[in-house]
Write a protein that binds this ligand. Structure first.
Ligand code: SAM
Length: 309
């Protein structure tokens, strides 16, 4: 008789999360209390947005680390999409962890930035407000066209879009970009809704994404100019898709260096250096896991520099 595959259970997920952080499962299971948005600087400014939202009865709270990111209680989530400020594309609803990560990419006004896994485009929009030019890559056709529409509505005029597979970009564009962001496709553990269960979660999926992420991080690093910085990020907790991918890059490229991430976020944890039977470079401890809390969803990010070598 054919051997039946064992289905992943919530207990399997909990055991893995407990091994990363004993509070993580509870944090992930807690109901959402807040959401966040960012001011679209291509269309408006913070003063206009705050005034407009106030007139429409909203009371957004600023975050400490940016004057363009704000939070609101989750009860306002349905209401805000009907507001004038939102329908005029003056704000963009985006998770605080994503905003924080994108703002951490070091960008100067003359930079050409590569966003290697870009749809729906929220991070490219942040780069476009700071850089001279952005190249946004997305292989999935429907996500690609949604992203293009998003850029148009947001009036971002300096983003070139490519409906391509990010794994091969470096072949056509070796060392082209001043800065690179890789928001890798991942097993999305931070988006698991515990009320609905773990329908799509499995260890197999984690390993499938880890393989793709290793190919993508090579492409990101090879596309980056010497001396440039990149960020590798995911919205999952699995060390196989996070620390292990960064560790893989460090082993393959001695000129890849992990940079510290300065922040005042309370809900974080440094990168882990041991997972199951694996040990990673101590450098990986400089990477950051953002734990789910209020308007922050779970996230992982690593800042990487390409040295002269
Ligand atoms: C986490 S999402 C990116 C979110 C986006 N950076 C944002 O902030 O709006 C990952 C994206 O990677 C895309 N993707 C999947 N395989 C890819 C590949 N081989 N090369 C580039 N992107 C890929 C997915 O379709 C998905 O849109």
């Amino acid at each position: 008789m054919a051997k039946q595959k064992k289905r992943a259970t919530v207990e399997d997920l909990k055991a893995r999360l407990d091994a990363i952080n004993p509070e993580l499962f509870e944090m992930l299971s807690a109901p959402k209390t807040h959401f966040s948005f960012r001011v679209n600087l291509n269309r408006s400014n913070t003063d206009e947005v705050l005034q407009g939202l106030k007139e429409e009865g909203f009371e957004p709270k600023a975050v400490e680390w940016s004057n363009e990111a704000f939070i609101l209680p989750i009860e306002d989530r349905e209401k805000i999409v009907k507001s004038k400020i939102y329908t005029e594309n003056k704000i963009y609803i985006q998770n605080l962890s994503s905003i924080f990560a994108a703002l951490n990419l070091k960008i100067e006004p003359h930079f050409w930035v590569l966003d290697l896994a870009a749809a729906p485009g929220g991070k490219s929009l942040i780069f476009s407000e700071r850089a001279q030019k952005v190249s946004a890559v997305e292989p999935d056709k429907s996500r690609f066209f949604r992203m293009k529409r998003n850029f148009k509505e947001s009036m971002a005029k300096n983003i070139q879009t490519y409906n391509k597979d990010g794994r091969f970009i470096y072949k056509a564009c070796p060392q082209w970009f001043d800065a690179v962001f890789l928001d890798a496709p991942c097993s999305s553990e931070s988006h698991i809704d515990m009320q609905k269960g773990i329908t799509w979660w499995s260890i197999r999926r984690i390993h499938k994404f880890a393989k793709l992420q290793k190919e993508l991080i090579i492409s990101a690093f090879e596309s980056l100019k010497t001396g440039g910085e990149m960020i590798y990020a995911t919205c999952t907790f699995a060390p196989e898709e996070n620390e292990a991918v960064v560790n893989f890059l460090l082993k393959k490229y001695p000129n890849a260096k992990v940079l510290p991430i300065e922040h005042k976020l309370p809900n974080t944890q440094q990168g882990i250096t041991k997972w199951q039977n694996e040990e990673y470079s101590n450098e990986v401890a400089k990477t950051l896991r953002i734990l789910p809390n209020k308007a922050y969803s779970g996230f992982y990010m690593a800042r990487i520099n390409k040295d002269e070598g």
